[in-house]
Design a protein around this ligand. Structure first.
Ligand SMILES: [Zn+2]
Length: 110
């Protein structure tokens, strides 16, 4: 089972690196998620291991990997930087500059 998981992480990292010039991920505090009932599934997924493999695969292929600050990415306007709360499933419409679109698109790095 451990070999299958390790193989999955390596293949997933390889697939991401082959398909994209740059890969962004949330700079997650994996241990910070350690709470009863969720820790087993999260740690079992091997996120820390995966995030260790991904930069190595990217460097070998000449690609880049960057961790993004997980604080407020979906609340900060990508155009003017204004912070406002947006409910999940709602479009992002900035009250300051009028920037509008999907909440996740607004949060994505440009
Ligand atoms: Zn704005």
């Amino acid at each position: 089972m451990a070999n299958r998981k390790r193989d999955f992480r390596r293949k997933t990292a390889r697939t991401l690196v082959n398909r994209h010039d740059m890969v962004f991920h949330g700079a997650l505090n994996i241990i910070g998620f350690a709470r009863p009932r969720t820790v087993n599934g999260l740690l079992d997924a091997g996120w820390a291991s995966f995030l260790g493999i991904l930069p190595l695969r990217a460097a070998n292929a000449g690609r880049k990997v960057a961790g993004l600050d997980p604080k407020y990415p979906s609340q900060d306007c990508s155009q003017c930087g204004r912070r406002q709360k947006v409910k999940i499933g709602h479009a992002y419409v900035c009250a300051s500059c009028g920037n509008d679109g999907h909440r996740d698109v607004n949060a994505a790095p440009s």
